[in-house]
Design a protein around this ligand. Structure first.
Ligand code: SAH
Ligand code: ZN
Ligand code: ZN
Ligand code: ZN
Ligand code: ZN
Length: 422
C-alpha cells in the first residue's frame, strides 16, 4: 500500500528533507523502497517497480486459498500436509514440488482451527515480530469484553484472540461473539474466509483486497440489533504511534459512519495493547484513553511473561476509551480496586496521597519525590545536578540523541519526563 512520508532531520538545518518509505517495513532489508518527496521517477524505474511488485505477490489469492481450504478439509487425515518451509497447506498434487521441504502430516481439524499454533510466528524484529498472547491473557480479554456486553470484535493484529473467538463460536452453541481479523500476515488467508479475515496494513489503513474488503469491514462494524462492537489491537511495538493512531482514527470514523443515530459524540470502543512507556504518545493522539494496570502476557516472549512466575514483569498494558472503573481486573492475580482512582490497579500500586492517584506504571511500588513533585520509580533518587530523579549511577551529562518515547533530545527513554504522565 501507500508509502509514508518521513523527514530526515539533519543537524544544523532548519528543515529536514522529506522522503517516502515503506509504511510496514522499518528495516530497509525487508523493503528498500525509498524516494525523495521531490524526486522525479523515470518511466523505466516505475516499470521496474511494477514488475517487482507483480513478482512478489503471494502465490494464491485469498479467494483461491478459501477454495483450497475447502478441498483440504475433504481429504482424509493421512493426506493432509502442511509445508513448514512455505507455511502452506498442501494439496496432494503439490507434494512433489515440496518434496525436499519439511512438512507436518496428519493435520487435524483442531490444528486447522488453531492456525496461530500451526504457523510459526514471524520473527523479524523491526517489521512484524509476532508475539502471541498467553492463554491466560487471551481468555481474560475475551471474558472482559463479553462481560462488557460486546458481541463483535474487530481484531486488528490479534490473530490469537480472533482464533479463540472463532473456535468457541464453532464449539459452543450459546456463544454469540463474532470476530473479523485484520492483519498483514497473509498466511491467515489459508484458514479464514473473506468475511473472517482481511489482509490489512495498520500503518496506512490499507486493505489489500480493495473496496470489497473495506466493505466487509464496514458491514462488520454496523451494529445490527444492538450487537455492540469493540476494536482490539496489539500492534508491533516498533510501530510508529502517529501512523497507527491515524489508521485507528480512520477505522473509528468508519464505525461512526455506520451508526444511524447515537454515534454522534461517541467513539468506537477500543483496546489498544501497547507498552506503558508509550502512554503519553498514545494520550497525545487519543486524549479520551486511559491506561489499565493489567499486564499483558505473551507465549513466545521470554521477557514479557507474568511476574508471578518469577520472570520479569510485562511492560505491556491495555489502553482504552472505556470508563476505567468498568475494566475489572482479576483479584486472584493481585489486582485491587482503588475507590479514589475508581479503577483496578496492581497490588503493588499504592495510592499516593500527594499526587492523589495510584501512580505506579510498572506494578512496583513507586515513591513520591517532593522536589520533582511526583512519584518516581523505586530505584530512582533525586539528583541535584540534573534537577530530577534518575538512577543513582546515571551520568549527569545529558544525551544528544532523541528520546525513544517522546522524540525530544536531552534525555534517554528511562528518564523521559512524559513517562509519568498524570
Ligand atoms: N498478541 C497478538 C499478536 C500481536 S503480534 C495475538 O496473540 O493475537 C502483532 C500482530 O500484528 C501480528 O499478528 C502481525 O502479523 C500484525 N502486524 C504486523 N505489522 C502489521 C501491519 N503493518 N498491519 C497489520 N498487521 C500487522
Ligand atoms: Zn514447501
Ligand atoms: Zn506521588
Ligand atoms: Zn526527584
Ligand atoms: Zn544527574
Amino acid at each position: 500500500g501507500p508509502a509514508l512520508l518521513f523527514v530526515k532531520a539533519s543537524q544544523g538545518k532548519e528543515e529536514g528533507r522529506r522522503f517516502y518509505a515503506c509504511s510496514a517495513c522499518r528495516d530497509r532489508k525487508d523493503c528498500n523502497f525509498f524516494q525523495w518527496e521531490d524526486e522525479k521517477v523515470s518511466e523505466t524505474r516505475l516499470a521496474a517497480r511494477e514488475e517487482y511488485n507483480r513478482k512478489h505477490q503471494p502465490s494464491f489469492t485469498h479467494r483461491q486459498n478459501v477454495e483450497r481450504y475447502k478441498n483440504f478439509v475433504l481429504l482424509p487425515l493421512s493426506k493432509r500436509r502442511f509445508c513448514q518451509e512455505c507455511q502452506q497447506l498442501l494439496l496432494p498434487a503439490e507434494w512433489e514440488k515440496h518434496s525436499d521441504h519439511q512438512f507436518l502430516c496428519d493435520i487435524s481439524t483442531a490444528q486447522l482451527k488453531s492456525p496461530s499454533q500451526l504457523l510459526c510466528p514471524l520473527e523479524n524484529k523491526k517489521t512484524n515480530a509476532q508475539y502471541l498472547f498467553a492463554d491466560r491473557t487471551c481468555q481474560f480479554l475475551l471474558n472482559l469484553l463479553i462481560d462488557l456486553g460486546f458481541r463483535r470484535v474487530l481484531s486488528v493484529g490479534t490473530p490469537r484472540l480472533h482464533e479463540m473467538i472463532q473456535l468457541k463460536a464453532s464449539q459452543e452453541e450459546n456463544f454469540k461473539v463474532r470476530s473479523l481479523l485484520l492483519d498483514i500476515d497473509f498466511r491467515y488467508s489459508q484458514f479464514y474466509t473473506e468475511d473472517e479475515f482481511c489482509h490489512y496494513n495498520m500503518f496506512n489503513d490499507y486493505f489489500f483486497g480493495g473496496e470489497a474488503a473495506r466493505e466487509t469491514c464496514r458491514k462488520f462494524l454496523y451494529e445490527d440489533n444492538g450487537e455492540r462492537v469493540i476494536m482490539v489491537t496489539d500492534p508491533p511495538f516498533g510501530g510508529l504511534v502517529e501512523a497507527l493512531a491515524s489508521s485507528f482514527k480512520k477505522l473509528m470514523t468508519m464505525w461512526k459512519e455506520t451508526g444511524k443515530e447515537g454515534h454522534d459524540d461517541k467513539e468506537m470502543p477500543m483496546f489498544w495493547i501497547f507498552p506503558y512507556f508509550f502512554e503519553s504518545r498514545i494520550l497525545d493522539f487519543f486524549p479520551s484513553f486511559s491506561m489499565m494496570d493489567y499486564q499483558v502476557d505473551y507465549d513466545n516472549h521470554t521477557l514479557y511473561k507474568h511476574g508471578k512466575t518469577g520472570r520479569r514483569q510485562s511492560p505491556v498494558r491495555i489502553f482504552t476509551n472505556l470508563t476505567p472503573s468498568m475494566i475489572v481486573l482479576p483479584v486472584e492475580e493481585g489486582y485491587r480496586f482503588c475507590t479514589i482512582c475508581q479503577r483496578y490497579v496492581s497490588s503493588g500500586n499504592q495510592h499516593c496521597e500527594i499526587c492523589n492517584s495510584c501512580t505506579s506504571k510498572d506494578g512496583r511500588r513507586w515513591k513520591h519525590c517532593v522536589l520533582c513533585k511526583k512519584c518516581v520509580k523505586p530505584s530512582w533518587f533525586h539528583c541535584n545536578n540534573c534537577n530530577c530523579c534518575a538512577l543513582q549511577n546515571h551520568s549527569c551529562e545529558k544525551t544528544d540523541a532523541a528520546c525513544f518515547v517522546c522524540g525530544k533530545a536531552g534525555h534517554k527513554r528511562s528518564a523521559c519526563p512524559s513517562l509519568s504522565h498524570s
